[in-house]
Design a protein around this ligand. Structure first.
Ligand code: G3P
Ligand code: CA
Length: 336
């Protein structure tokens, strides 16, 4: 497997004491991709002796997509809870802006597919997210369209999702959806994140990232990176191999899993970036990208993902359950 360039850590204890400094409430005191405070970098640069310890590689992770969209209504607090119940360490959610500039957790740019907006506001088609206030969206049911069991589940704000994730000690892959529709959303997101010091502090080396911000809109993502320089950012989609080096401010490239091969994975990692393809819901697809050497992948079924990773790491080839098996008990053979 190709490994990204690890940042060298000589004094973990010192690093952690700096990380809890109140100064970290100001994003400008933080450095970029390695997610370490600038004070630590200066100490390393001036040290008379070489650093003693290389930062451990982060673990392979199965990122739980839209909360845990396979078994709960996508992008709801119930889905975040479900991801936690299924053992996910990191969840992915999508955010957009309401008409009153609240950051709302929602995938589609219209409210119709996942909520009862057409019943509650019958004369407001085409139900664009940006045409509704957060108070109006708060009246919608985002659970029934998935299953009656979740009837009444509300559409959360980003603030509510952040609080729930922090409470559950989970990490976040935050997708800013269609930012060109919402001028200023990068700033709004940075303000919301900066309200809680928790989200601007890194996890310990060797743990998954606490927070990564990503988008299919790479210009918006670069702008977000300039506002939150300490936070790792990811590019969604397939960056052409010969353009990867142009995005050295980014930390990740996360393409559709059907668009990559082992050479592409190596090209991303050789450039010092991580790669976590989306959205893989079958065990053989998970195994396929793991064999390519990815740093993780995004799935609606984190329990299946965790099992595929464990079996990959153990070098096993015995059966792993497919998504349906979480309820049905069926299983499929992994393709080696
Ligand atoms: O995290 C990547 C993935 O979520 C992108 O696809 O359409 O599910 O947002 P989509
Ligand atoms: Ca997404």
């Amino acid at each position: 497997m190709h490994h990204r360039i690890g940042f060298v850590v000589g004094a973990v204890t010192f690093s952690m004491s700096v990380l809890v400094s109140p100064a970290l409430a100001d994003p400008s005191t933080l450095v970029r991709n390695d997610h370490e405070p600038i004070e630590v970098r200066r100490v390393h640069q001036n040290a008379a002796t070489p650093p003693q310890q290389t930062a451990p590689t982060r673990p392979l992770i199965a990122v739980s997509h839209r909360g845990a969209a396979g078994t709960a209504p996508e992008n709801t607090l119930a889905a975040i809870d479900e991801g936690h119940r299924l053992g996910a360490e990191t969840v992915e959610i999508d955010v957009q802006l309401t008409s009153d500039e609240e950051i709302v957790v929602m995938h589609d740019t219209t409210l119709e597919r996942t909520t009862d907006v057409a019943e509650v506001f019958p004369d407001r088609a085409p139900y664009d997210v940006g045409d509704f206030t957060m108070e109006e969206i708060g009246r919608l049911d985002a659970g029934s369209s998935f299953d009656d069991e979740f009837a009444g589940e509300p559409v959360p704000t980003l603030r509510e999702a952040l609080d729930r994730l922090e409470e559950l000690d989970m990490n976040l892959l935050l997708e800013v959806k269609e930012p060109s529709l919402y001028p200023g959303i990068e700033h709004q997101v940075s303000v919301e994140l900066a309200r809680s010091p928790h989200w601007l502090m890194p996890n310990a080396p060797g743990e998954p990232h606490r927070l990564v911000i990503q988008s299919f809109d790479w210009e918006s993502t670069e702008h977000s990176k300039s506002l939150l320089p300490s936070v790792p950012h990811g590019l969604l989609g397939l960056v052409p191999k010969d353009e990867i080096a142009d995005h050295d401010w980014a930390h990740m490239i996360n393409p559709n899993h059907t668009s990559i091969d082992a050479d592409y994975v190596a090209a991303v990692q050789d450039a010092g970036l991580e790669i976590m393809p989306y959205t893989i819901n079958e065990a053989d697809g998970m195994r396929r990208v793991l064999e390519m050497g990815v740093d993780g992948f995004i799935t609606d079924f984190p329990e299946t993902g965790r099992r595929a990773i464990d079996e990959f790491l153990e070098g096993r080839t015995d059966p792993v359950s497919d998504p349906g098996s979480e309820e049905s008990g069926e299983s499929v053979e992994l393709v080696s």
